[in-house]
Design a protein. Structure first.
Length: 276
């Protein structure tokens, strides 16, 4: 099965999605399952995982509703208030939601780079494994150091690193991202998404050669057994459309064995998110 492990859906509202600035006009509209279905059919993708883009229970509920109504949506990575003292009760209210596969907090937007080490937040994260959910890590490369410490606090939790930790591709900066990626990858409970990479380059005028060194390092660090394809659609549209991104990634992994390609294109996502 070919799986897009990372995409978003939303009904656009400027108050709900204030992070969409004036340079992101292409995102300022509704993106719904019907829009996504056209893209996955055209690229021979069998199923997808919907990921939160707004830190609200309302959006988590919306994504679960979409998944229930569309069988190509195989699971949801939602948001829950992990730092809230009542989060365990909230988690329990979602325990019977079989389509909820993971939880994510938008750590990249936290002004304190050490937010991920906060006591209340980590207390919430420590409860996730009780419900057999994955935790998706969304950070910028500058937050990799604290993230390694964070992961070490939760050795039994399954983690997925989104967007190869958003390296500074537009500035052609490789370190300290490279060293820290290899260090993080030593933790066997962390997998990585081959997603959201073109948007870390200069949106207009980037070349595939700008991305390839970063993709190679991520793949070398985590290996095909812990790497999964994701589109990051529609956010990726700031730099590349759905089909061309699929083609670029398939070309990138084409030198791997058939079995290794199958892992990246779906096998790892199936296993990590419990889709099988």
């Amino acid at each position: 099965m070919k799986i897009d492990s990372h995409h978003h859906l939303w009904k656009y509202d400027p108050q709900t999605y204030p992070w969409m600035n004036d340079q992101m006009e292409i995102l300022k509209k509704d993106y719904l399952p019907e829009d996504l279905k056209d893209n996955i059919l055209a690229t021979n993708i069998d199923g997808v995982i919907s990921v939160q883009a707004d830190q609200s229970l309302r959006e988590t509920e919306d994504l679960l509703t979409y998944a229930e109504a569309h069988n190509f949506i195989l699971g949801v990575v939602g948001w829950l208030p992990l730092a809230d003292s009542s989060v365990e009760k909230i988690m329990e209210s979602y325990a019977d939601q079989s389509l909820l596969k993971g939880i994510r907090h938008v750590v990249q937007d936290e002004p304190n780079n050490k937010f991920i080490l906060g006591k209340e937040f980590n207390q919430g994260v420590s409860l996730i494994k009780k419900f057999n959910w994955v935790y998706d890590i969304l950070i910028f490369e500058r937050q990799l150091g604290p993230t390694i410490q964070f992961v070490d606090q939760h050795p039994d939790q399954v983690f997925v690193l989104d967007h190869i930790a958003k390296p500074r591709i537009g500035e052609a900066m490789m370190e300290p991202w490279k060293s820290q990626m290899y260090e993080l990858a030593k933790r066997e409970n962390v997998s990585c998404k081959l997603s959201g990479i073109a948007t870390e380059a200069k949106w207009k005028g980037w070349k595939e050669d700008d991305l390839t060194p970063y993709m190679e390092i991520a793949l070398d660090a985590f290996g095909p057994n812990r790497m999964m394809f994701g589109s990051d659609w529609p956010v990726a549209r700031l730099a590349i459309e759905y089909g061309p991104w699929v083609d670029l990634c398939r070309g990138f992994i084409s030198s791997l064995s058939v079995d290794e390609q199958a892992l990246i294109e779906g096998g790892v996502a199936e296993k990590i998110y419990g889709l099988i």
